[in-house]
Design a protein around this ligand. Structure first.
Ligand code: PEP
Ligand code: MG
Length: 552
């Protein structure tokens, strides 16, 4: 059978399903032999220890000392004689099956810990919960360690948070399938950046797919084949080799300059989430980084990254890009990007809430730490700073004030930085597009974020499947806003780039060229495809297409 979803990231993946079950199921059943139950427990404990040791080693290797410390605490819990003694007792005396015994004993401790006022002990409650969940998942065979999946895995989940996706080993995961999410959800964006074929928004994948099922993920068409028949599989194997062939053809364009047929120079840049991504960016011929989503540095960890940690990451990206621009966007949290340790409150409308620059302007300590790190790194390459979610001039002025403070501090400390660093803003809220002329004097450049600009202009949640047909970045309303920003850029001499997903959609390239866009930033792997359109386009034709599109 097959199920349909939304193309999340192009390509074909053929592999074996690992279904991520985030809802913890704690079975309760009667057993005859307590010895057997104790053996099950002991196996699950061994397995858990192995997994946690591996996570700890990996954390140490990647210099995530705080994560390693947490893993060490987990290892101690997995060996704790008092906790384990109570669990064993519950199995032997109360006849509780291992899963249930682990849960009820852990629950007792958790409740006690949570009542304490000491923050350290309170945090132990969360750790114990994590450990108990791991033991139970090992007992029930439902644990999927995303950072340690075997080769040829296709990960199936209801949804994947950006922090889940960030853990994935790109060499081992050949496909992603989710029930939720849309083409611009972060899971899709990350899959494209990791070049992992993905189908999102299937609604039913986790119901229809079992662990171990053979799967084909057609991320270009949005189709998932479950246990395909031989002829279907063969057809996909053929398609996969065709896809690889096409990729090879496109790879020949990598060194070709992005100039239209009639000589207009276009700049094609990359969007990255981690400093290591610059390697891929350069591999695909990126002429710079138009968007470094720094929030990924803040994910997959239990506390804020320090100024030094951030500095190292930014420096790595800047040095990696060898003098090409790296546009570093300041922290864009909130919305669908939650960081548990920031303690963001649940909001009714998180996308309209306390996110991105709004968070940073309230948490100037967090903001300034990041700005200092970016400034320090700016001495090692060609950095630009970009503020997200700007809705009005005041926010830019306020953000620049904090930047100025950071600059003054560094000057006093005799720390070198680029004193002429470019400062720009994302245009992703309609008011910023409409009032671009008022913003222009305050910025060095604009970068249009079509993902949010579309959702806010059309009042369509970028992740809600029910309204996905309404989510159209080529809607004339959105195109007119884009046009407006480009015109303001032309009349004020400020560069206008685009870093939303539309910039990497080769079906939109002609229209965007026609509107006058000259700087496109996208998932690295999309660069050759977009370039193919650029080099065959001509001004007159593009303008005609753009004019028609803005009326449709
Ligand atoms: C956008 O909104 O278009 C954008 C590039 O930012 P993000 O996808 O990270 O919200
Ligand atoms: Mg955005």
């Amino acid at each position: 059978m097959n199920i349909k979803g939304i193309p999340g990231a192009p390509g074909i993946g053929i592999g074996t399903a690992s279904v991520l079950n985030k809802d913890l199921n704690i079975p309760r059943f009667a057993f005859k032999n307590a010895e057997e139950e104790l053996n099950r427990l002991s196996d699950a404990l061994e397995e858990s220890k192995k997994q946690v040791t591996l996570l700890k080693e990996r954390a140490l290797k990647n210099s995530h000392k705080d994560v390693a410390d947490i893993m060490e605490a987990h290892l101690m819990m997995l060996d704790d004689p008092e906790f384990l003694g109570k669990v064993k007792q519950s199995i032997q005396e109360e006849k509780l099956n291992a899963e249930f015994a682990v849960w009820s004993v852990a629950q007792e401790y958790i409740e006690t810990f949570e009542k304490m006022t000491d923050e350290y002990i309170k945090a132990r409650a969360a750790d114990l919960k994590d450990v108990a969940e791991r033991i139970i998942r090992n007992l029930t065979g439902t644990l999927v360690d995303l950072s340690d999946l075997p080769e040829g895995t296709i990960l199936v989940a209801r949804d994947l948070a950006p922090s889940d996706t960030a853990q994935i080993d790109r060499d081992h995961v050949v496909g992603l399938v989710t029930d939720e999410g849309g083409p611009t959800s972060h899971v899709a964006i990350m899959a494209r950046s990791f070049q992992i074929p993905a189908v999102v928004g299937t609604k039913t994948a986790t119901q229809n797919i079992k662990n171990g099922d053979k799967l084909v993920v057609d991320g270009s068409e949005g189709i998932v084949e479950i246990s395909p028949e031989k002829h279907v599989l063969e057809a996909y194997e053929k398609k996969l080799s065709g896809w690889k062939h096409e990729q090879e053809e496109l790879s020949e364009l990598i060194t070709v300059p992005a100039i239209t047929k009639d000589g207009t120079k276009v700049k094609l840049e990359a969007n990255i989430g981690r400093p290591e991504d610059v390697e891929t960016a350069l591999k695909f011929g990126a002429e710079g980084v138009g968007l470094f989503r720094t929030e990924f540095l803040f994910m997959d960890r239990s506390s804020l990254p320090t100024e030094d940690e951030q500095f190292e990451a930014y420096r790595k990206a800047l040095e990696g890009m060898k003098g090409k621009t790296v546009t570093i966007r300041t922290l864009d949290v909130g919305g669908d990007k939650d960081l548990p340790y920031l303690g963001l409150e649940r909001e009714n409308n998180p996308f309209l809430g306390w996110r991105a620059i709004r968070y940073c302007l309230d948490r100037k300590d967090v903001f300034k730490t990041q700005l200092r790190a970016i400034l320090r790194a700016s001495a090692y390459g060609n950095a630009a700073i970009m503020f997200p979610m700007i809705s009005s001039v005041e926010e830019v002025i306020e953000a620049k004030k904090v930047l100025k403070e950071a600059q003054e501090e560094l000057k006093k400390e005799n720390v070198p930085f680029d004193e002429h660093i470019s400062v720009g803003i994302m245009v992703e809220i309609p008011s910023a597009a409409v009032a671009a002329d008022l913003l222009a004097p305050e910025v060095d450049f604009f970068s249009i974020g079509t993902n949010d600009l579309t959702q806010y202009t059309l009042a369509v949640d970028r992740d809600n499947q029910k309204v996905r047909d309404y989510y159209n970045p080529l809607h004339p309303g959105v195109l007119r806003l884009i046009k407006r920003v480009i015109e303001v850029g032309e009349s004020t001499g400020k560069e206008v780039a685009m870093c939303g997903e539309l910039a990497g959609d080769d079906k939109a390239t002609e229209i965007l060229l026609g509107l006058g866009l000259r700087v496109f930033s996208m998932t690295s792997s999309s660069i050759p495809r977009v370039k193919k359109v650029v080099i065959s386009s001509q001004k007159e034709q593009s303008q005609k297409v753009a004019k028609e599109a803005a009326r449709l």
